[in-house]
Write a protein that binds this ligand. Structure first.
Ligand code: SF4
Ligand code: SF4
Length: 626
């Protein structure tokens, strides 16, 4: 006679078959993408990546992490033990009790998930995701009951009901991957950890550099979903629609037509084919869902995603930083931009003009490079010539053409001279580093500038580079090595910090107490390079108390300049710089310290009554004893 135990055995193997068929179907979608490095051996890395490397990401929300451990850990243990006891038809009563234990752990986690869903924050998607806790509870409760009754017919009705619960959960799990349900994240997430497009993220590196296109081979970015590499298509399926990217995206907060979560889900729609009508989260601001559709070989721009969505991104990496599934939104956005810029040149507003300026003058603003160091004419700063040597090469960047920022540069020179630092500048030989060209998708323009600058720098003798511009810092430090330019590059906050540490700065005895400051972290120094301490240490070193904004350090809000946003200028309901100044004001601090020419310009551009914006080097220079 067939017992409940035999039914469980049958159900287990049926689940495995459905799961395998679903995985085969889903992997066929991923395989539509372009080739990427692949090795089955990578699967062996998953346990370490999941349990060790992801720890700091998971630990950001301890309660949610514990709930996930209970729910997912319980589910994995239950499935493994059911495979053993029922899949292999051992039918050991003592194993039933072990399964019961893990089913109860999973049940506790599932109830916590359900409770959280009852007052779900707006960033969480609804729809099928709201159904998930019910399926999880049905599965864990059903399993627990079956294990108590030892899957016998002694309490026939109860066991039958429990079996229905198990069946509901099994369907959710087994069909998740093939049918694109919420549980697809479980399989896709683990595979994504193994085949992540930025493997160096698991070697303790920040890995924030954009990867070069091979222009000679005709790589011009991404026009359609099938142009995306297969492991990035896989990564989109790992998304759990938690909306942490959405909650931290400055463009979304400003009401610009971008929501990184929706963008990832649109990529899923493009990979599978269909429309965005079933998306159950917040839309792109101002763009209702249900009006866009896509297919693997159809263009992304226009029918699946509007161009202004792609141009709204400031490349601030807040989404990437927050994503618990380690999805790389910025890479995809820039890859789509690259195709637009390289094939049509259709860059909005002043973006096209800035790229044209770079092509014709090697400066973003269209200035003659000869006037870049006019601000230092009276400062007696040496221009490094081939054959000469210096300790430090000061690279001023585009801020040198801005009269406001010239004050900061002059202050930096004063600090360096005060400390007896041997340094020189590039003079009229300095071209733009190419940051803006690269973020706006002009990879050809970036590569030209990078190669020319590297050739110039390699012809000069210096030990290290210092720059006050985090975009220059990032480009030279992280993106030039791919073109053979390996230089030791420091941000000026790091250099000043080290001068202070070595007692090379003599400060005035403080006559009056310094007002409270807050500090605005530039994305390209903080999130891109992990440097949040040096500027704070400098401020502390000159007697300034920093009152932190709620969004600070790695969670800082962008000023709105990055990624060429100040040039493409996609309209929203608010300006990101105004929102950032509101963050500043809410601390009650009298002034805000900045450490980037672009943050300086964006925050100083905020009109109305607001705290003063002061550059770090200016603050230090003011405090120097004569
Ligand atoms: S990089 Fe910043 S602006 Fe772009 S999608 Fe991510 S959070 Fe939004
Ligand atoms: S943070 Fe990551 S997992 Fe969460 S919704 Fe955004 S892309 Fe998806």
């Amino acid at each position: 006679m067939v017992s409940f135990a035999h039914i469980l055995t049958g159900l287990f193997w049926l689940t495995m078959v459905v799961l395998a068929l679903g995985l085969a179907k889903r992997s066929a979608y991923w395989r539509q993408g372009q080739e990427a490095a692949f090795s089955w051996v990578s699967l062996l890395t998953v346990p370490k990546r999941y349990f060790v490397d992801l720890h700091h990401v998971v630990a950001r929300e301890p309660y949610i992490a514990r709930v996930h451990v209970a729910t997912a850990g319980g589910a994995v243990a239950v499935l493994g033990l059911v495979a053993l006891n029922y899949g292999l038809m051992l039918y050991q009563t003592w194993l039933d009790y072990v399964i019961l234990f893990f089913a109860l752990v999973m049940l506790a986690g599932s109830i916590a998930v359900w409770q959280r869903r009852r007052n779900a924050p707006s960033r969480l998607s609804k729809g099928a995701w709201s159904r998930l806790p019910v399926s999880l509870i049905a599965f864990s409760l059903g399993t627990a009951v079956l294990m108590i009754t030892h899957a016998t017919a002694s309490v026939y009705v109860i066991a039958a009901l429990a079996m229905v619960g198990v069946l509901l959960g099994a369907i959710e799990f087994a069909r998740g991957i093939g049918a694109g349900g919420p549980m697809k994240h479980a399989i896709a997430g683990l595979l994504h950890l193994a085949f992540h497009p930025r493997q160096d993220r698991f070697d303790g590196k920040r890995s924030t550099d954009l990867k070069p296109l091979n222009l000679e081979k005709g790589e011009f970015g991404v026009a359609k979903p099938s142009d995306i590499t297969w492991n990035r298509l896989l990564s989109f399926d790992a998304c759990v629609q938690c909306g942490k990217c959405e909650a931290n995206c400055p463009a979304f907060a400003a009401g610009q037509p971008l929501n990184p979560k929706k963008l990832i889900q649109d990529m899923v729609v493009g990979m599978v084919g269909g429309s965005d009508a079933s998306f159950a989260g917040s839309p792109y601001p101002g763009k209702p869902v249900g009006q866009h559709s896509g297919a693997p070989d159809q263009p992304i721009i226009g029918q699946l995603v509007d161009a202004d969505t792609i141009w709204s991104c400031t490349t601030c990496r807040a989404c990437v930083q927050e994503c618990p599934m380690l999805i790389e939104h910025v890479d995809t956005i820039v890859n789509i931009r690259r195709n637009i810029t390289l094939t049509t040149g259709d860059v909005p507003n002043k973006g096209a003009e800035a790229l044209e300026n770079l092509r014709t003058t090697d400066t973003v603003g269209g200035y003659p490079v000869e006037v870049r160091y006019n601000w230092s004419i009276d400062l007696d700063v040496p221009v490094l010539q081939p054959g000469q040597q210096t300790d430090w090469l000061l690279v001023a960047g585009e801020g040198a053409f801005d009269m406001r920022y010239q004050r900061a540069l002059r202050a930096l020179v004063k600090v360096l001279k005060h400390a007896g630092v041997q340094f020189a500048v590039l003079g009229s030989a300095e071209k733009d580093c190419g940051d803006l060209a690269r973020r706006l998708g002009d990879e050809a323009g970036f590569q030209r500038l990078a190669k020319e600058n590297i050739a110039l720098l390699k012809n000069l003798k210096f030990k290290r580079i210092v720059t006050p511009d985090p975009h220059v810092f990032h480009c030279l430090k992280n993106e030039y090595p791919a073109f053979g330019g390996e230089f030791e590059v420091h941000h000026h906050s790091q250099v000043i910090q080290s001068l202070m540490k070595d007692d090379r700065l003599r400060l005035k005895a403080s006559a009056t107490a310094m007002p409270d400051f807050t500090y605005h972290d530039p994305c390209y120094l903080g999130r891109y390079n992990g440097e949040t301490d040096a500027p704070r240490n400098v401020l502390k070193g000159i007697g300034i108390k920093v009152v932190e904004m709620e969004r600070s350090g790695m969670k800082a809000r962008c000023c709105g300049w990055g990624g060429g946003s100040a040039f493409t200028d996609i309209p929203g309901e608010a300006r990101i710089s105004d929102m950032r100044m509101q963050d500043v004001k809410s601390t009650g601090a009298a002034k805000v310290a900045v450490a980037c020419p672009n943050c300086t310009a964006m925050l100083e551009g905020v009109v109305g009554d607001r705290p003063d914006v002061v550059e770090l080097a200016e603050l230090v220079a003011e405090r120097l004893a004569d």
